[in-house]
Design a protein around this ligand. Structure first.
Ligand SMILES: NC(=O)c1ccc[n+]([C@@H]2O[C@H](COP(=O)([O-])OP(=O)(O)OC[C@H]3O[C@@H](n4cnc5c(N)ncnc54)[C@H](O)[C@@H]3O)[C@@H](O)[C@H]2O)c1
Length: 236
């Protein structure tokens, strides 16, 4: 079984690669950062390709270079928090290009391979932000809402390829580590019903389930993996 993971060189994508590899999958990491890719792929002993998912030629070239694919994990994503009044248009355009158009480009380029698999599936990585309507996030939350809508739309369009999404809550990764410095992690953990900030492996375990035979009848679903943070307000 072969999986391609975008943004796989670090964080949640790399944890997905570790979990799938341990479960016997062959994994190819895609990322725009070549140094990180070389390091992570040699540690894992997996294949990799330097691909910026917003670059049409690069994405097409990669997907035409492979011969078999069972799962695509659209994990690469960026966030540039800005308030409406301070918004930089080019920054927010980039958020849409990576999170929505990059996901679209990879998925459309992978479809013919996934159709040839007996168990093809796609897992998109969304965010709790898609439904919390938090201030100051620029277009990040809106981009993830679009990813959730497309997850359901594509589940209808390309069945029997299964299409699901995982929406992480607060997860400590290289990309979010600044948010958890100097006591901030403990403070944030208090808001989470399960009492801790999540780890990349919390997400990877659910992604592994969603690409596996165990979820053979699951499609069009958004699974929130957030320690209960999105469920409501805990009693204090
Ligand atoms: N960490 C969290 O708390 C959290 C919460 C909700 C959702 N998410 C989502 O999970 C995903 C992974 O987040 P993370 O925290 O692991 O991020 P991260 O910043 O630690 O890692 C992201 C990886 O994606 C790569 N990448 C970025 N743009 C790319 C592009 N255009 N083409 C190819 N690769 C690209 C980066 O080089 C990096 O290796 C993202 O989609 C993010 O929105 C994360």
């Amino acid at each position: 079984m072969h999986a391609v993971i975008t943004g796989g060189a670090q964080g949640i994508g790399l944890a997905c690669a570790q979990h799938l590899t341990s479960a016997g999958w062959r994994v190819t990491l895609l990322d725009k950062d070549n140094d990180l890719l070389e390091q992570s792929s040699s540690e894992l002993g997996c294949q990799y390709a330097q691909v910026d998912i917003t670059d049409l030629e690069s994405v097409k070239k990669f997907f035409s270079s492979i011969t078999h694919l069972d799962a695509l994990i659209n994990n690469a994503g960026i966030w540039i928090p800005q308030k409406l009044e301070d918004m930089n248009f080019d920054d927010q355009k980039e958020v849409l290009e990576v999170n929505i158009l990059g996901t679209l480009l990879c998925t459309s380029s992978a479809i013919h391979h996934l159709r040839n698999s007996s168990s093809g599936s796609v897992v998109n990585i969304s965010s709790l932000a898609a439904r919390t309507n938090s201030p100051g996030l620029g277009l990040y939350a809106a981009s993830k809402s679009a990813v959730e809508t497309l997850t359901k739309q594509w589940a209808l369009e390309i069945a029997p390829i299964r299409v699901n999404a995982v929406a992480p809550g607060l997860i400590e990764t290289p990309g979010t580590s600044e948010n958890y410095k100097e006591g901030a992690k403990e403070k944030r953990a208090k808001a989470v019903p399960l009492g801790r900030v999540g780890e990349s492996s919390d997400i990877a375990k659910v992604v592994l389930f969603l690409v596996s035979e165990a979820s053979a009848y699951v499609t069009g679903q958004i699974v929130y993996v957030d320690g209960g943070l999105g469920a409501g307000t805990p009693q204090r």
